[in-house]
Design a protein around this ligand. Structure first.
Ligand code: C2E
Ligand code: CA
Ligand code: CA
Length: 590
């Protein structure tokens, strides 16, 4: 790893090394980029705009660049950056898609080299951007029949299964489309693959994928071709196929998959989700068609165990609405977050019902003033990767506001809770970003609590825990949200770096009666207290629930009984009266 002791000489206000590098890069390749970790800025040379349609050449913070990357490729870019930033690799090399000038997306390869400070922190990353679309198309020619055995062009073959990969899929589909051959694409996903990996280990997981690929290849009709997209996702392209034949294949294959796979003497039980869409009916280009198959796949995934779904007209309407909302959300973000708002819901102490803090909750309205509920907005933001920027905006807005409340009051303990999404936990720079915001608005880290769900941490356990622990070391509090839903592992209460547990509102139903929910809450409270964790119950709507939870020794409560999420104005009027009436203490008796 190259290291540097301190930032080098300045030249006309700029880092001399950077200036020098730009000159060299410019001489070698017109299309280059510079990522400056000191200013958290990613800059592309103007020449890059000749190959890709970037709305800007400068991206601050660097995470904002994620929004233009083709969503499926985002992990490739973030993974490569992470490996460089952690010093795992001295160089960066990754292929992903960016918006093409003529519409759609274009494959590019980013290669670069960088510098780290002596303390291991990344300082600078500089490199080139290459258009590899032509290279890929050329490589794909002649590969159609014999891709699996090809050693000359390994980037079209998945090394684990020997199947053609996603790039190969693109080039084959384009070929079929050029020849106007009616074809179905089928996407297959192993729903419980993560559990299989966790239960049996990664090497058995890899062997299972190979066995599964062989089984699927065997059962698909001769005409169809199978590809591995990565992870546990496979796709098949079936030229000249009829809907009835595809339905029959999917149903029969789901039946076959009811039998466990025998892998290294282990009988592995797996569940499949299958989604299908058809060219030309459902889409005229590969990306459009893949999106339709993805919509069908999401529907299939929503089924309890195995599931199959074929893209329909109703799906198209839902999809078009989502696309429209997606465009509007992007516009809102680019337009300085216009249309977004932060609402605040009070959190009260269980003993005296006094407001001790609030949860910041995102709200969004379309330019026509139509309010779209968070349950629709958040998944869309997550899918497009915009959640990282919007999440930080919520945090900044809430921190700025809380700082005003805390500084105006003698009691400095007001706690603002802000939600973090799984996407944000992929960003290694997150602790620094958050601490910078706290610093900018002079709010103590102890006034901020970050809410994470078990699933968002578990999907990326090692790194997510590192990020949370480093924030916790600096005094920021961490809360485990929606506890009791999803994984709900009691061992997580002990192992995850958390200060607080928020019991999901589904457990409040009947909590006042004797029954499962009461025992569940009582057990969690006992366990949490023995581990010195604070416990908060969400969704308190009735007086009897309040009394029961207080008797069960829950520490904090949140719910409509004490206050709904409201706009800043309303929240301040009801819960921060000193904000208007002088500095007399914000506590309000409810
Ligand atoms: P959450 O984090 O579990 O937030 C609490 C949700 O419960 C809020 O829904 C709140 O309005 C609702 N709630 C609170 N008390 C009661 C009650 O007594 N009864 C009922 N029926 N509901 C109650 P909301 O505001 O619709 O948000 C839904 C979800 O959207 C949140 O669930 C959170 O997962 C997500 N979300 C909201 N804002 C953000 C954000 O800024 N970032 C991220 N990543 N997610 C957010
Ligand atoms: Ca929450
Ligand atoms: Ca919650």
């Amino acid at each position: 790893m190259k290291t540097i002791c301190s930032s080098s000489t300045r030249f006309a206000g700029q880092d001399f090394d950077l200036v020098k590098w730009r000159l060299i890069a410019g001489a070698v390749s017109a299309c280059h980029f510079v990522l400056d970790y000191e200013t958290d800025t990613l800059t592309f040379s103007q020449e890059c705009l000749e190959i890709v349609a970037l709305p800007s050449v400068e991206w601050t913070p660097v995470s904002s660049f994620s929004n233009v990357i083709f969503p499926d490729d985002l992990d490739v870019w973030l993974g490569a950056l992470r490996r460089f930033e952690s010093g795992q690799t001295p160089r960066l090399s990754c292929d992903f898609r960016l918006p093409a000038r003529e519409g759609g997306y274009l494959w590019v390869r980013c290669t670069g080299e960088g510098l780290h400070l002596q303390n291991g922190k990344p300082l600078l990353l500089c490199g080139c951007v290459h258009n590899i679309a032509e290279e890929l198309t050329a490589a794909a020619q002649g590969e159609m029949d014999n891709c699996a055995q090809s050693s000359r062009r390994p980037f079209l073959v998945d090394p684990l299964t020997g199947m053609p990969n996603r790039l190969s899929f693109y080039s084959d589909m384009k070929e079929l489309m050029n020849q106007s051959i009616q074809s179905t694409i089928i996407i297959i996903d192993i729903k419980n693959f993560k559990n299989i990996n966790d239960m049996y280990g990664h090497s058995l997981g890899d062997m299972m994928l190979t066995e599964f690929a062989a089984l699927m290849r065997d059962k698909l009709p001769q005409l169809a071709r199978l590809y591995r997209f990565g992870g546990d996702e496979f796709a098949a392209v079936w030229p000249w196929s009829r809907r009835a034949a595809v339905d029959k294949f999917a149903e029969e294959f789901l039946q076959i998959s009811e039998q466990p796979l025998l892998v290294c003497g282990q009988r592995v039980r797996y569940f499949l989700s299958i989604g299908a869409a058809c060219f030309p009916d459902d889409g005229r280009n590969v990306d459009e068609l893949l999106k339709c198959a993805d919509v069908a796949l999401s529907k299939a995934k929503a089924k309890l165990w195995d599931g199959y779904s074929y893209f329909t007209i109703e799906d198209r309407n839902t999809y078009m609405q989502q696309l429209e909302l997606d465009v509007l959300l992007h516009q809102s973000v680019e337009n300085n977050f216009h249309g977004f708002q932060v609402f605040y819901q009070p959190i009260v102490g269980a003993k005296n019902r006094q407001c001790t803090g609030a949860e910041a909750l995102l709200r969004w309205q379309t330019p026509d003033g139509i309010y779209i509920p968070p349950a629709r907005v958040i998944p869309l933001l997550e899918k497009s990767g915009l959640i990282s920027r919007v999440g930080l905006w919520v945090l900044e807005t809430a921190v700025r506001q809380t700082s005003k409340w805390v500084h105006l009051n003698t009691d400095k303990t007001f706690l603002i809770n802000v939600n973090l999404s799984a996407h944000q936990l992929l960003d290694r720079m997150l602790p620094e970003r958050i601490l910078t915001i706290l610093d900018r608005f002079s709010l103590a880290p102890g006034n901020l609590s970050l809410e994470v769900t078990e699933s968002s941490v578990i999907n990326n356990m090692g790194e997510a825990c590192e990020i949370l622990q480093s924030l916790r070391n600096r005094g920021v509090r961490i809360a485990l949200d929606d506890f009791g839903t999803g994984y709900s592992s009691l061992s997580h209460l002990q192992t995850l770096p958390i200060d607080e547990i928020k019991i999901d509102r589904s457990f409040l139903k009947g909590v006042a009666d004797t029954g499962y929910n009461k025992s569940f809450v009582s057990t969690i409270v006992e366990l949490a207290h023995s581990l010195q964790r604070v416990i908060c119950a969400e969704g308190v709507e009735e007086q009897v629930q309040y009394q029961a939870l207080r008797d069960l020794k829950v520490d904090k409560l949140q719910g409509y009984l004490f206050g709904r999420p409201t706009s800043l104005e309303t929240f301040q009027k009801s819960f921060v009266p000193y904000y208007y009436a002088g500095n007399e203490g914000y506590v309000k008796d409810l």
